[in-house]
Design a protein around this ligand. Structure first.
Ligand SMILES: [Mg+2]
Length: 317
């Protein structure tokens, strides 16, 4: 796990709760030079701080490479609300889409626990402890199957949104029911830029999702929707959004809603952009109508998807 936990605050409480049972050292955060020293020694550090608006899933962050990004759940939320953009820009002035963190700390393998309120401090018992507790209950984490929607579950008629156009992809239902997928959480991550382009409403997407799930006998545990698009978008959804694939925002929302073992989960999609910018998650592409040059796993049928999925290295410790 982490080698060292540094606490900018709540040091005594954290030490009291976990100091006797954890395998890592817990120190009070003393400043950059202390942090640099640990990093220079190659330590993996969890910093509990208010420095950045990041709320990590500690279990999954542990498995992220040291160069991995931890601009996390809350930043994906920020773009949903225009008023919050200012805060986002304040922290990350160059971009609204943040996929790679140039920040010294995360680039060095340091992860944060924090809250959205940029001026407030996290409430220890309400916000920090549940995260730490979750970290110690890793048995609760479930493997997931992440799914693109159009072209994977329903036939992609291009901007499909009317329930009358709903047509299941042949083999999709059986794929979800396969033994390998049966016990997994099934979570749909769908870009729906048609909403931002004014072609249909967000509620149309929800209705379509409901109808789709109905026809799949409610095998889908949750749908995540990214209605944003910047170039051709208009109105309130004209944003660069972290939620829009290949950015990992929807995935991170899902990780907030469910305890997901990302390293043993996988994603299935039919576009290059379904490969999310998140190094823990493997993606298998199913050949459809889009170019898929250079993807890692290219399947031409659901049975091939399963074959690839079963060959993924099992990363359970
Ligand atoms: Mg698709």
């Amino acid at each position: 796990m982490f080698d060292i936990v540094l606490c900018q605050r709540d040091f005594d409480e954290i030490n009291k709760c976990f100091g006797h049972c954890v395998k890592f050292e817990i120190h009070e955060f003393e400043g950059d030079s202390q942090l640099r020293r640990f990093l220079n020694d190659g330590k993996k550090v969890l910093l509990i701080t208010t420095k950045s608006s990041v709320k990590p899933d500690i279990f999954n962050l542990y498995y992220m490479p040291k160069t991995g990004n931890c601009e996390y759940y809350y930043l994906s939320k920020l773009n949903l609300n225009g008023d919050e953009l200012e805060a986002c820009e304040k922290y990350f002035p160059d971009v609204r889409d943040i996929s790679v963190c140039a920040d010294y700390y995360s680039a060095g393998g340091v992860f944060f626990i924090d809250r959205i309120d940029p001026v407030g401090m996290p409430d220890f018992s309400r916000e920090v402890m549940p995260i730490l507790n979750r970290y110690f209950n890793i048995g609760d984490y479930k493997e997931a199957l992440f799914l693109d929607r159009d072209g994977i579950l329903n036939v992609d008629h291009s901007y499909v949104h009317k329930t009358s156009e709903l047509e299941l992809v042949t083999g999709a239902y059986e794929f979800l029911l396969d033994d390998y997928n049966k016990k997994r959480l099934k979570l749909v991550l769908t870009n729906q830029s048609g909403v931002s382009k004014g072609m249909f409403e967000y509620t149309d997407v929800e209705k379509f999702n409901d109808a789709l799930n109905e026809s799949l006998h409610h095998l889908i545990d949750a749908f995540y929707i990214a209605p944003f698009e910047f170039t051709k978008g208009v109105g309130q959804y004209k944003y660069h959004s972290l939620l829009r694939k290949p950015h990992p925002g929807m995935l991170l929302e899902a990780c907030f809603d469910f305890a997901i073992d990302l390293k043993n989960s996988y994603m299935v999609g039919d576009k290059v952009s379904d490969q999310l910018n998140f190094p823990l998650l493997e993606t298998i592409h199913l050949k459809n109508r889009y170019p898929l040059d250079g993807v890692k796993y290219l399947a031409s049928s659901f049975s091939e998807v399963l074959k690839f999925a079963k060959s993924l290295p099992n990363k359970t410790n």
